[in-house]
Write a protein that binds this ligand. Structure first.
Ligand SMILES: [Zn+2]
Length: 324
């Protein structure tokens, strides 16, 4: 008989709302512990809805091991439909791991989630594009070197039927959860599947089927899984930032290959007069394109430059490659 526990994990935080998130735990016979986190960013619905669907599936399944699912980490951000930054302290939660119990509201939330998931043997953190983010689906795999943790993380990633695996050098990114997990020896990946905050069935299916397939490959769920061979991109990335405020007019989409010198988009003022043209610094793949015309260079809470971030490019020189 499957056992599914449902709870709210909470701690009080001085001068702010309670730090609080839902947790489901499925338990069965012997097997690994897998933690799945969604909704670190409140508008990234494909991951949230896939995690919610997974909990219902686990309730009916023969589980070998433990599966911890946090279907929405930032429930306040979710209910307030706030984008990217915490609605309480304007922190970018992605940059704060492993958090701090006596820090800001977001640092405390991160700390409580980290204490909850660090018992896991494997972690998947599910993201998608926020309301203004056009993304191409990929799974991010943290890369320090070609050792054991990279290989085990890559095995998680190849459970997802995405076009790209993004090999992300930790030295080049502010994203902090993968590093915090690798430092305590936990292989992990993060998904980026879904765009513009849209609950598109194709994106939800891609996230959900990837999770079920991964749990099957790990022996947590019965059956035989499928190992995919997505194309590797990275580790070199380029971020294109606006240096003045204005109206952004992108000329490319997420997932589009671009050539060195190609126009990525233009910034104008409110009269439509040209301010700046942005071009690609190299041949690359566009993983992220900002779709909001509103660009404000003075909007930098805690130094976060997400509001000025127009395009992200990644090197795509490896060609198709069998990952395992
Ligand atoms: Zn995200």
């Amino acid at each position: 008989v499957p056992v599914l526990l449902k709870a709210w994990i909470s701690e009080s935080h001085a001068g702010a709302p309670e730090v609080r998130f839902p947790l489901a735990e499925a338990r069965g016979g012997s097997g690994p512990t897998v933690a799945i986190v969604a909704g670190m960013h409140g508008g990234e619905y494909a991951g949230i809805l896939a995690a919610t669907r997974l909990i219902q599936h686990l309730a009916r399944s023969d589980v070998h091991g433990r599966v911890l699912v946090i279907p929405t980490m930032s429930t306040l951000a979710f209910f307030r439909r706030s984008m990217q930054l915490s609605p309480v302290d304007a922190r970018e939660v992605h940059y704060l791991w492993p958090g701090h119990p006596e820090g800001s509201y977001s640092e405390h939330l991160v700390d409580l989630v980290f204490r909850t998931i660090r018992v896991a043997d494997f972690v998947v953190d599910m993201h998608a594009g926020e309301f203004v983010q056009d993304l191409t689906p990929y799974v991010g795999v943290p890369w320090l070197d070609d050792g054991h943790l990279w290989q085990r993380s890559l095995e998680l990633a190849t459970a997802f039927d995405v076009p790209f695996i993004n090999r992300r050098a930790l030295a080049e990114t502010s994203i902090a959860l993968p590093r915090a997990l690798l430092e305590v020896g936990i292989p992990n990946v993060w998904t980026e599947i879904g765009r513009n905050g849209l609950p598109e069935p194709t994106a939800i299916d891609l996230q959900y089927n990837g999770l079920v397939n991964m749990l099957t490959l790990l022996g947590v769920l019965p059956g035989s899984g499928v190992r995919y061979a997505p194309r590797w991109v990275g580790p070199k990335h380029w971020s294109i930032f606006a240096e003045q405020s204005g109206l952004w007019h992108p000329r490319i989409h997420g997932g589009e290959p671009v050539a060195a010198g190609q126009v990525l988009g233009e910034l104008t003022d409110f009269f439509g007069d040209h301010l700046h043209t942005f071009t690609a610094p190299a041949d690359a793949l566009a993983t992220y394109v900002c779709t909001s015309p509103a660009v404000d260079v003075d909007n930098k809470p805690h130094g976060n430059d997400w509001h000025q971030h127009l395009v992200q490019l990644v090197e795509d020189v490896h060609g198709p490659r069998r990952a395992t």
